[in-house]
Design a binder for this molecule. Structure first.
Ligand code: M6R
Length: 614
C-alpha cells in the first residue's frame, strides 16, 4: 500500500507529482505529502491528512517551486492517519526527506537505539526511524548519502520502497526497493519514479522495474545508476510499457468501478485473444505448451490468493477438478504461508493476484518455491512482483484496474482459469471432445452475453434504491455460483459498508436462516442448471420467513419470477461459465447501492488496492 512518486528534470515538479499521486491514490488515501527542493536549495515538505485534494488545497498558498521532488499518498500502518504521520518525513536536521511504502519490522529497536543517541522523533511511524538512521550514519561516519543509505538498509528488517532527497545534493534522488514495488521512468533528460507505471505513462514508455535489493541513484543530466547494498553495479533492463493514458482515466464514467464493470466484454475478448481459437475450436495457452511436462506430472494443484482473487480460485478449483480430474486445494495465501503446509515437488501452485503485489500471495509463492513446487501465476499487472517470482503463468490482460473493488480482474481470472482447465484437460485426455467444444464455443460467446447483461444497468440502479438502507444482506449460490455469492457479498460490504454474507445456498438452513426476516434482502443466484430445483426450494424457505428475494435467473424463467420479489434475467450459458455472467449484476447492485448511500465507491474507507503489507 501507499503510493510513491518522484520527479527530477527541467519541468516544475509539483504538478507532475500531484498528477502522479492522483493516479496512485488507489493505493492509500489517508494522508498525502510532497517534498521539493527549490532553486535556493531549500528542502520544503508539505503534508496533510486526507486525500490528494486536501494536499492541493493546503499547498495553494505555499511556495511549491522546484524541479526535483518526491510525493506520497499513505495507507496507515504505524501511527494513525494525521499530518504528523503523513510522509515525507524529515531527518532531525531537516537535511533529508524520505517517503516510504512498506513496513520496517525492527523499527522499535532502531528507534530506541537512536533515541539513546539523543535523536528525537516527531511522528509514530516506522518511516521516520529510517530517515533518522540514515542521517545518523551519514553524520557519524561522515560519508555520502548513497553509502549511508546502503549501511542503513543493511540494518533494516522489513519491506520498503523508498525515495530520499538531500538538499545538499539537489540534483539527485536516491530510491531503493525491497518487497515493495518501484518503477523508474526514463524520459528526455528527466526521470520519474512511481509505485507503478501509472504516474509515468503520460511522459515516457521507457521504464526500469527495480528488483529487491536495488538502489537507484537518479541524477539530473546523468545516466540512471543502479547498485545493490554492497555497492555492486547492476545493469537493469529498460522495458517498454504498453499501457496508455485512456486505460488509466475514467473516460466519462462517474467512477472507475463503473467504467471497469462496463469494460468487461472487451476485457474478456482481450484476455481470450490468441488463446481461444474459434476456427479450430481450440484453446492455447503458451505456458501450457512451454511447461507441459511440469503441469502434466502434477499430482495436485494448490491455488493461493486473497480476497476476490481467492473467489476466482474457488471457481478454478471446480473446473480443474471436473475437467482434469486432479485434486485442487484453494488456500488463503495469508493462512497458507504461516501454517507449515505440506508442499511436494510435484505440486503445481497457482498464485492469483490482480496487482501481482499482494504481500501474502507473494510470500506464499516464495514458500512454495523453496519447497520445490512449480509456480504458475495468474496476474494482471505486467512486470509486477508475483509474475516475476513464478516459473510461468498467464496474464489476464484486462488493463489497469483502478477501482479498489475488483471487478474486471475477477472475470479475467475466471476466464484464464477456464482456459487453463480446458487446455490441461485436453492434454490429459480427461474431457470429451463434445464437452470441450461446447465450452470453447460458449466461452467465445461470453463477451456478447456480458454486453446484453450490462443493458440491465438502469434496472439494477432502480432496484438498488429499494435496498439502499438495508442493514444486512445474504448472498446464496450453489456449485459454481457459490463463489459468486461470496464475491457479491464482498463487493457490497467493501464499498457500501453494509454487512453481507455469502453462503452456499443449502448451508442456509444450518444457521443463517435464523437471520431472515422481512428486513433481510437475500440475493440468490438461481439459474437454470443442475441445482435449479434445490435452489428453488431454498428460495421458498426464505420467502416462508418473509425474506426479500432478489433472484438472478436464466432468461425466460417464469417459476422464480412468480416467487421472488425482484428478478434479474441473465442470458443462458453452460453451468461452469455462469460465474462470468452472474457476477456482473452483483457488481452493479453493489455499485448502485454504494452510490445511493453516498459512499466513496472507488476509494472505500480503510482499504487500498494493493495490499503490500501482511
Ligand atoms: O491484487 P490481488 O488480486 O492480489 O488483491 C487481493 C485482494 O486484496 C483484493 O481482491 C480485494 O479483496 C479487493 N478489494 C476485492 O474487491
Amino acid at each position: 500500500m501507499c503510493g510513491i512518486v518522484g520527479y527530477i528534470g527541467n519541468k516544475e515538479a509539483f504538478p507532475i507529482l500531484i498528477k502522479g499521486l492522483r493516479r496512485l491514490e488507489y493505493r492509500g488515501y489517508d494522508s498525502a505529502g510532497v517534498a521539493l527542493i527549490n532553486d535556493n536549495g531549500d528542502l520544503n515538505v508539505f503534508k496533510t491528512k486526507g486525500k490528494v485534494d486536501n494536499l492541493v488545497e493546503y499547498c495553494s498558498d505555499k511556495n511549491v517551486t522546484g524541479n526535483i521532488g518526491i510525493a506520497h499518498t499513505r495507507w496507515a500502518t504505524h501511527g494513525e492517519p494525521s499530518s504528523l504521520n503523513a510522509h515525507p518525513h524529515y531527518s532531525q536536521s531537516k537535511n533529508l526527506a524520505i517517503i516510504h511504502n512498506g513496513i520496517i519490522e525492527n523499527y522499535s529497536q532502531l528507534r530506541s537505539r537512536l533515541q539513546a543517541k539523543g535523536i528525537s522523533f516527531v511522528s509514530d511511524t516506522d518511516t521516520e526511524v529510517l530517515v533518522q538512521l540514515i542521517e545518523f550514519i551519514q553524520e557519524e561516519k561522515n560519508i555520502d548519502l548513497l553509502t549511508a543509505v546502503q549501511l542503513a538498509l543493511n540494518e533494516v528488517i522489513g519491506a520498503y520502497a523508498i525515495a530520499i532527497l538531500d538538499h545538499r545534493n539537489p540534483d539527485t534522488i536516491i530510491a531503493a526497493r525491497n518487497q515493495s514495488p518501484l518503477v523508474v521512468g526514463i524520459g528526455d533528460d528527466e526521470y520519474f519514479l512511481g509505485s507503478d507505471a501509472s504516474p509515468i505513462v503520460e511522459y515516457t514508455d521507457k521504464v526500469v522495474y527495480l528488483e529487491d535489493g536495488n538502489i537507484a541513484v537518479i541524477k539530473r543530466h546523468d545516466d540512471l545508476k543502479v547498485v545493490n547494498i554492497q555497492n555492486r553495479k547492476l545493469y537493469p533492463e529498460i522495458q517498454t510499457i504498453d499501457i496508455n493514458l485512456g486505460q488509466i482515466e475514467k473516460g466519462g464514467y462517474p467512477h472507475f468501478m463503473l467504467k471497469e464493470i462496463f469494460e468487461q466484454p472487451d476485457c474478456i475478448t482481450n484476455c481470450m485473444r490468441g488463446r481461444v481459437n474459434i476456427d479450430t475450436d481450440n484453446v492455447v495457452l503458451s505456458a501450457v505448451i512451454d511447461y507441459k511436462k511440469q503441469l502434466l506430472q502434477a499430482k495436485r494443484f494448490v491455488i493461493v490468493a486473497c480476497g476476490t482473487s481467492w473467489h476466482a480460485g474457488l471457481i478454478g478449483k471446480q473446473m480443474i477438478e471436473s475437467f482434469c480430474r486432479i485434486p485442487v486445494e484453494v488456500e488463503y495465501a495469508s493462512e497458507f504461508r504461516y501454517r507449515n503446509p505440506v508442499i511436494c515437488k510435484d505440486d503445481v501452485v497457482i498464485a492469483i493476484s490482480q496487482s501481482g503485489e499482494t504481500a501474502d500471495t507473494l510470500a506464499a509463492v516464495k514458500l512454495a518455491k523453496r519447497h520445490g513446487a512449480f509456480i504458475y501465476g495468474i496476474c494482471n499487472a505486467i512486470g509486477s512482483s508475483i509474475p516475476r517470482a513464478t516459473d510461468t503463468g498467464s496474464y489476464i490482460h484486462v488493463g489497469p484496474e483502478i477501482g479498489v473493488a475488483s471487478t474486471k480482474a475477477f472475470t479475467g481470472q475466471v476466464s484464464v482459469l477456464t482456459m487453463l482447465a480446458l487446455a490441461l484437460a485436453k492434454e490429459r485426455g480427461t474431457i470429451s471432445s463434445a464437452d470441450y467444444l461446447k465450452i470453447v464455443e460458449e466461452l467465445h460467446q461470453i463477451p456478447n452475453k456480458m454486453k446484453e447483461l450490462l443493458k440491465l444497468n438502469k434496472r439494477i440502479a432502480d432496484l438498488s434504491r429499494t435496498f439502499t438502507y438495508a442493514r444486512d444482506f445474504l448472498f446464496l449460490g450453489r456449485g459454481y455460483n457459490y463463489p459468486v455469492a461470496l464475491e457479491g457479498a464482498l463487493k457490497l460490504k467493501e464499498i457500501s459498508y453494509i454487512h453481507a454474507e455469502g453462503y452456499p445456498a443449502a448451508e442456509m438452513k444450518h444457521g443463517p436462516i435464523a437471520l431472515i426476516d422481512s428486513d433481510m434482502p437475500v440475493v440468490v443466484i438461481a439459474t437454470h442448471n443442475a441445482m435449479y430445483d434445490k435452489v428453488l426450494s431454498n428460495i421458498q424457505e426464505v420467502k416462508a420467513r418473509k425474506g426479500k428475494v432478489i433472484a438472478i435467473v436464466s432468461k425466460g424463467d417464469e417459476t422464480i419470477s412468480r416467487i421472488a420479489d425482484e428478478v434479474i434475467e441473465m442470458p443462458a450459458t453452460i453451468e461452469c461459465l455462469e460465474p462470468l455472467l452472474a457476477t456482473i449484476p452483483l457488481q452493479l447492485l453493489a455499485y448502485h447501492i454504494a452510490v445511493c448511500r453516498g459512499k466513496d465507491v472507488d476509494q472505500p474507507r480503510n482499504l487500498a488496492k494493493s495490499v503490500t503489507v501482511e
